[in-house]
Design a protein around this ligand. Sequence first.
Ligand SMILES: Cc1cc2nc3c(=O)[nH]c(=O)nc-3n(C[C@H](O)[C@H](O)[C@H](O)COP(=O)(O)O)c2cc1C
Ligand SMILES: CCCCC(=O)C(=O)O
Length: 414
Amino acid sequence: MNFSEVRSLVRLRRPVLDPVERTLSRCVTVDDVRTAAHRRWPAGVRGYVEGGADGEVSLRRNRQAFSDYALRPFTLRDVSRTDLTTTLLGSPASAPLALGPTGYTRMMHSAGERAVARAARTAGVPYTLSTMATTSIEDVARDVPGELWFQLYVWRDRQLMRELLARAQDSGYRVLMLTVDTPVTGLRVRDAHHGFTIPPQLSPRTVFDMARHPGWCLRMLSGPMITFANINGDRGQTPSGVMQFAASQFDDTVTWEDLAEIRQLWPGPLVVKGLLRTEDAVRAADAGVDAVVLSNHGGRQLDQTVAPLHALPEVVDALQGRAEVLVDSGVRRGTDIAIALALGASAVLIGRPYLYGLGAGGEQGVSAVIGMLCDELRRAMQLLGVSTVEELRREGPGLVRRVARPETADLPVG
Ligand SMILES: Cc1cc2nc3c(=O)[nH]c(=O)nc-3n(C[C@H](O)[C@H](O)[C@H](O)COP(=O)(O)O)c2cc1C
Ligand SMILES: CCCCC(=O)C(=O)O
């Protein structure tokens, strides 16, 4: 074998990749990224991300809802120029997709909220920072200026809530998203079983668990403590249990009057997240919100709910364009996004998928997940015979049909 033959063999070999690139290069779908994240997370973190409330029926139903719809593609159409771009609440977005709010994000990877916001900015989609974030409103806005949305919980301490709102506005967040499905916290059984706390508390079980995930531990130990970046100070101590803290701070007296006050206080686009009833969506539009997010909080709050996807057609019909309708809970593939849009949604939010990306590979992992979903959506649109997001929504009624399924066939017992 001469030298040039040897060289061509060497070139044929896969390039040397760093561990994150190697992991991500093996992932084809969001499910693959999820598996990779699971390998890196201690059981407590895995349980917190993946868990639903109570018997996790809502959680399972969210996924099953997508298979209740069948697509009916148009054929023999030129789909060589597919365009995913759209407008979300008055601003351009590169795809009908936004990253929803998630609390305690630095626990999934020490790169935390900044890494997620950077990946969203690179991809050209909005990122929503949670009130329960582990990086402050100001730090994210300073380090990653771009299309930022802020998610607000209504606190017992209304003054704190108004301060959060003012800080978000001063820092340049364009959209405010008020979450309304949390007057109290859902019962997260997995967290209780794992003794899950923020920050993680040391017990023989948690130490053993963490020791089996040294990469995660080293990254966590090398960074600052995981705390709530927005609500510490003299009003909120770093809590021990997620549910205990929320129970002490979330306000279970919240009503439509609070929404009216927030509408007065926030001059920009206002979104209400966590609705499942048509009359609530209509009432929110009457109250002047710009968009609603149909959501059951990814199955983490009330168990046994209707899947948000199933609530979508009726809400779209009732609102008649008075407010944009977004949907989340269970989106894992491009075809899921296509179905939601065909049913009239303006866009979808994702929660766990980008946390899988973060866990598997930090910012690169989040970018990989967004990229997969966009590629899949593009391919789905081409195979459906539509070229634009607008066309997908307009042709939606002809493209998607609900298929009959016995109500109980889907839910595994136990
Ligand atoms: C780990 C985790 C933390 C979350 N934290 C928040 C939060 O702080 N505020 C909020 O409004 N929703 C929160 N959510 C709900 C998400 O915004 C979103 O509604 C849900 O994850 C969508 O479902 P999916 O995970 O199936 O995509 C959280 C979800 C997860 C998985
Ligand atoms: C206590 C809940 C705070 C974060 C959250 O919304 C979630 O975990 O779903």
